[in-house]
Design a binder for this molecule. Structure first.
Ligand SMILES: NC(=O)c1ccc[n+]([C@@H]2O[C@H](COP(=O)([O-])OP(=O)(O)OC[C@H]3O[C@@H](n4cnc5c(N)ncnc54)[C@H](OP(=O)(O)O)[C@@H]3O)[C@@H](O)[C@H]2O)c1
Length: 319
């Protein structure tokens, strides 16, 4: 089978397509014939060596979808021939086959394409965790999804709408903002416009929002605290450097700054996330948006694209 391999950490060009022996499942393991791979920003941090990388050489990636090819002894949740998505793998997702623990694979509901399945694990997982396990968002509250045009943002809009929240979403391009509106945001703002956050206060009649999901905290956290309602919660999902805040903004609102990390979910929380996602896929409220599909060999190009401005749903690799 073919897989992308990283022999040394570095720029996107360190990823190369290679021929590897076919994978065999051990006890409690599943081999998935991968039809689509989700590209996440964290894959680029790991490839570059700025985030814990597995021992070299490795195959990158967490999110894939495809058909169960073989199962090891003791596996009973899935069977060969079944379509599944992965949320984590043992062998890496950027490949024609992925070896997984049984708990890492989840049946793909009918009508959900492999590309959509490969968009679920990290983006929908963290969007659910940030909204409901960390911020404990409630129906009737207003959420600002600060960076709503990408993989996590579009997932968060769909999850928040399905749960009865009012959604304000931001995008940095006209195309991205159109997507944010299509996905169900009640109000759409341009995070590149001057003073756009003042509109958050106008839209909430001066009160501010109860919840903010923050994709770029190093740019926005200080400003976020000023548009929070009393008792508001900012969840830091993405950050690429330090930032200055005025702690008085948190104090005066009794606000909370929370971190959210997909890898921080306990086994029980992880199971809860995927049960909720399955329900949303089955009842039609969750529909991942695919922006672009590239061949697996184009992984270096996909890594450049996922770090560029102008996000539009998910970037998918097709093995
Ligand atoms: N904590 C975790 O476990 C976890 C899990 C998944 C992702 N993340 C992180 O969350 C972030 C988003 O991930 P993703 O998969 O959605 O990436 P993505 O698809 O590349 O989307 C990035 C988003 O950030 C927006 N953005 C750019 N500049 C912004 C600004 N100044 N203010 C607000 N938003 C801005 C982009 O908007 P435009 O392109 O339209 O400007 C886009 O909506 C990344 O930093 C990623 O590493 C963390």
């Amino acid at each position: 089978m073919q897989a992308i391999r990283v022999h040394e950490c570095g720029g996107p060009e360190v990823m190369r397509l290679e021929e590897l022996p076919d994978l065999q499942p051990g006890p409690g393991q599943v081999v998935v014939r991968v039809k689509a791979v989700g590209v996440n920003p964290v894959d680029t941090y790991i490839r570059a060596g700025i985030y814990a990388a597995p021992p070299l050489p490795f195959t990158p990636g967490f999110d894939a979808a495809g058909e169960v090819e073989a199962v090891g002894p003791g596996v009973n949740r899935v069977a060969p021939g079944q379509m599944v998505y992965t949320a984590g793998t043992l062998s890496g997702a950027y490949a024609q086959q992925a070896l997984c623990e049984e708990a890492q694979v989840h049946p793909l509901p009918l009508g959900i394409s492999p590309a959509q399945g490969a968009s679920l694990g990290i983006p929908y997982g963290i969007a659910y965790r940030a909204l409901f396990q960390r911020a404990r968002a409630l129906p009737g509250e207003t959420v600002l999804i600060h960076g709503a045009s990408g993989g996590v943002g579009t997932a968060a809009i769909q999850l928040a709408r399905a749960a009865g929240l009012t959604v304000i979403g931001t995008g940095g391009t006209p195309r991205g903002r159109e997507l944010v509106a299509q996905q169900g945001a009640h109000q759409v703002l341009d995070h590149r416009a001057p003073a756009y956050l003042e509109e958050v206060l106008e839209l909430t009649r001066g009160r501010g929002v109860e919840v903010i999901l923050e994709m770029l905290a190093n740019v926005n956290l200080g400003k976020d605290l000023k548009v929070l309602a009393p008792g508001g919660r900012v969840v830091v999902i993405g950050s690429r450097g330090p930032v200055e805040i005025d702690p008085r903004d948190a104090l005066s609102r009794e606000a909370a700054i929370l971190g959210a990390l997909i890898f921080g979910a306990t086994p029980g929380e992880y199971a809860g996330i995927h049960a909720a996602l399955t329900a949303g896929l089955e009842n039609g409220t969750l529909r991942p948006v695919i922006g672009q599909q590239l061949p697996l060999a184009d992984a270096p190009r996909a890594h450049k694209k996922v770090m560029e401005p102008g996000a539009y749903g998910k970037i998918i690799l097709v093995p």
